[in-house]
Every structure is written in C-alpha cells, then in structure tokens.
Design a protein around this ligand. Structure first.
Ligand code: HAX
Length: 434
C-alpha cells in the first residue's frame, strides 16, 4: 500500500463514526428550508450535499480542506526552482486533508508514473473522431471507453463488502488521474499539431510532463500546475462536481462518473466559458481592426453584448459575490510574467469596465470576474491558441476534486441521490394559487 492510501484509510476509519452518529442521533433534525425561487432557480443554494474536500464562501472564495487558495499555493511542496506546487501534492491534500511532505509527494509521483500508460484502444478511439469534433466530446469518449478497466466494477461483480468499496474506487480514481494528461495531450497533439504520437518524460511531474507532451516551453509547466490546481474543486453543487457525484451515487464507477462530469463541464455557462471569453475578446479585437480599444469603446462593446441578450462570459457566479480568488491568482501570475501581453491588457480593461456596467444593468447578482475571465488569455500567451481545448485543461484539473469526492462517497457509504419532483400545479397549490 502507498503512503497516501494508508493515510487515506486511517482518515476514513476516523471519519465513519461521525456520519453514523449524525444519521442515528440527528437524522430528523432540520438544516434548511426551501423556497419556490430556489426550486425554480436550479436548486440554487439548497443545502443538500456534503463534502469535506472543499467549501465555497461567497465572499472569500474556495477553500480546499480548510486552506484558501493562496495558502494551498504557499504550503504544498514545489519542484525545485518552480513557482507552482506539484499537482500530485494537491491530490494528497484533497484526499487526506493533510499537507504532504516532500517525500509523501515523491511517493505519489512515483505511483502516478506506474499508472500513466494508456491501453492502445484509447488511442484508436481518439483517432476515430473526425478532426472537427470538440475535444471535450473526445475526452469524454476516451474516458468512457476505459470503463472496462474499472477495478470497482470487477470486484463488485464478484461480491465485495460495502466497507471495501472505497479501495477499488481509489485505485480507479488514481489510475484515471494518472492517465488523463496523456489522453489530453494526445487529443491536443492530434487535433492541433497533426501528430500521431505523443512522447512523455517519465522523470517529470504531472504538470511538467503535460507541458512536455504538448510541446510547450517553460514556464508553461508552472501554468499547467497552476491551472490544474485552481480548477480542481469548487465544492459539490456546481454542474461538473455534482454530476460526478450524482452518477457515482448509483455505484456507477469512477470512469462513468468522470465522463459524466466532463459532459456537464462542456456547457457555456460552466467550463466552456473560458473559451467563450477568449473568442469574445478576439471579436472585440477584430471589430477594432486589431487596435486596442479605448475604455469608451470597450464599454460600448460590453453594452452591445448585453443588449443583444448575451451574457458577458467570465463574469458572474452562482455562489461567489466578489472577485474569484482563482482569477486573482492567475492575474498575479500574468502581471509577473506577461504584463505587456495585448490580450491581457484587454482582460485588465474589462476588469475595470464590466463590473460597473453589470451593476448598472442590475441583473447579475455578482458583477465580478470568475476564474474563466483570465484563464484563456494565459494559455494563449504561452502558445495554446486553440481555445476549444481550454475546457479539457479545466476537466483534467476538475477530475482531482470530483474523483477525491467519489472515493470519499464510497468510503462513507453516501446514498444514491433521489430528490423529489413535484408538478407546477402542486407548487401553485402549495403557495395558495387557485
Ligand atoms: N452577463 C450578463 N448577465 C448575467 C451575467 C453575466 N456575466 N451573469 C448573470 N447574469 C444574469 C443572468 O443571466 C440572469 O438573467 P435572467 O434573470 O434574465 O435570467 C441574472 O443575471 C441573474 O443571474 P445570477 O443569479 O446572478 O447568476 P446565475 O446563478 O443564474 O448564473 C452564471 C451564474 C455563472 C451562469 C452567470 O453569471 C453567467 O452566465 N455568467 C457568464 C458565463 C460564465 O462566466 N460562466 C462561468 C462561471 C464560472 C464557472 O462555473 N466556471 O466553470
């Protein structure tokens, strides 16, 4: 057993009695009430999911295992001479709640390197997609194809105690996470570099090897680490995280759950917003004949977008009510490494222009930028100019949070999801409409 798995088992054993006690002694206690607006508004804010892996405070932003993002970046071990931490260390933190030591991270890196090879048929499935397919559709299919590798499924078929469900789920999750960079890189290399082969460097960590495989130079390795870490989790109610949890709640395995979460992430109101931001900025640029717009011209462009009934991509959030710390971390990196980049200047101008306009329009509850307002521009700067690929990067990061949750779902025996639906007439009756 690896040190991570041993530590995880220790944590699971310690946590299980807490859930048993809550159910036994407080099963009927009320913790929330639900309004019509919440039900019709996409179950907005209803407290109905439990996770200890991350928590999203509307004003403060995301915490992973109790740590703010700046704390996560400060505390996790980093490769020598690098600014951003090992992604493998984040996995340790998400699963166990403990900040790993250098040697614990080294153990995870070694374990990942033993799991990273892809079966041949996965390459064949990717190759079978026509070139104009969206890379998220290819990613989802590639993950789905690997379901036959599920150890959970095999062990479930041959009879397994509920208390052991977490073990093969951990194995599936870790196998899949270790393979995702190669899948993503192969999709990138095939679609955009016209290559049929992808070369990995087994001596590199998750982020470093990903940069190597898609042929991007330093400091893109740090961009990759930063990107995967900031996107890893955003508590459990967002579409991708919730889909992963929902699918897994029927005891579907980690492959089914991850493919499902990828499909949810692919929507323009969620993960696809990062590609929308960049294409929107490019359209401002094209309209301006490639010259930098004045603030007044930018304001007009924002209003024109709103008045045509579209949203401003990269702004607003269902929970957050201030600038997303994931935006702030990327902005800090951009200011340090690419302050003169023309598109970054657009992004900075939008940061000044958009919030007052959204406030004036008075619809969006949160006028501030979210993670997606900034991320595409950094990718573009370092040569990942194919913006329909950005959500694939998001998905690789998000898989860490979703799969860590699925392992814990199995460990704590969380139930199959089954909320209750009602008809519109029933709702009208409940509120006294005859
Ligand atoms: N531009 C224009 N209008 C916006 C807006 C924006 N950026 N954000 C919200 N609004 C509008 C909504 O469309 C809604 O209008 P209607 O009443 O006409 O339906 C109104 O303001 C109230 O919405 P809200 O309660 O503030 O926001 P929601 O919780 O309904 O939606 C969204 C949250 C993120 C989907 C929304 O802010 C949005 O569409 N933003 C732009 C797309 C985007 O950036 N998505 C990425 C979000 C981060 C993420 O999940 N990344 O994966």
């Amino acid at each position: 057993m690896t040190t991570l798995k041993e530590k995880l088992y220790e944590k699971i054993e310690a946590h299980r009695p807490r859930v048993t006690r809550l159910l036994k002694e407080h099963g009927d206690d009320v913790i929330d009430q639900v309004t019509v607006k919440q039900v019709l508004g996409g179950m907005r804010g209803i407290k109905s999911l439990v996770t200890d892996i991350s928590y999203l405070d509307p004003m403060e932003g995301i915490r992973y295992r109790g740590y703010t993002l700046p704390e996560v970046f400060e505390k996790l071990p980093k490769p020598q001479g690098k600014e951003m931490p090992y992604v493998e260390g984040l996995y340790y933190l998400l699963l166990t709640g403990d900040v790993p030591t250098e040697s614990q991270v080294a153990d995870v890196i070694y374990d990942f390197s033993n799991r990273r090879l892809l079966p041949r048929y996965v390459f064949d499935i990717i190759d079978a997609f026509p070139n104009h397919s969206h890379p998220m559709a290819i990613l989802s299919a590639a993950v789905m194809a690997m379901e036959r590798e599920s150890l959970f499924n095999t062990r479930y078929q041959s009879g397994m105690s509920k208390m052991d469900y977490w073990d093969p789920t951990y194995e599936d999750a870790t196998n899949l996470l270790a393979k995702l960079p190669l899948i993503g890189a192969y999709i990138y290399d095939k679609l955009y570099l016209g290559k049929k082969n992808v070369y990995a460097d087994p001596t590199l960590d998750f982020g470093g090897n990903f940069a190597y495989m898609i042929e991007k130079e330093v400091p893109y390795d740090d961009v990759a680490r930063m990107y995967f870490i900031i996107h890893a989790d955003h508590e459990s109610g967002n579409v991708s995280a919730h889909t992963g949890h929902l699918v897994a709640s029927s005891l579907s395995d980690a492959y089914y759950a991850t493919s499902g979460m990828i499909n949810g992430l692919a929507g323009p109101l969620h993960g696809l917003a990062n590609q929308e931001v960049l294409s929107w900025i490019q359209s401002v640029r094209a309209k301006m004949g490639n010259k930098k717009p004045t603030k007044e011209e930018m304001k007009k462009f924002v209003w024109d977008t709103l008045n045509s009934g579209q949203v401003i991509p990269g702004y607003g959030h269902a929970v957050l009510r201030k600038t997303d710390p994931r935006y702030a971390i990327q902005r800090e990196f951009a200011l340090k490494h690419m302050a003169d980049d023309e598109l970054f200047e657009y992004v900075s101008m939008l940061y000044e222009v958009v919030p007052p306009i959204l406030k004036e329009q008075g619809k969006a509850k949160n006028p501030w930028p979210n993670v997606d307002a900034q991320s595409g521009v950094i990718q573009w700067h370092y040569g990942v100019t194919q913006y329909d690929f950005y959500t694939v990067l998001f998905a690789i990061g998000r898989a860490f949070g979703v799969l860590s949750n699925v392992v814990w779902d199995r460990a704590l025996g969380y139930a199959i999801e089954r909320p209750k639906s009602i008809t519109t007439s029933m709702m009208e009756n409940m509120v006294g409409i005859k």
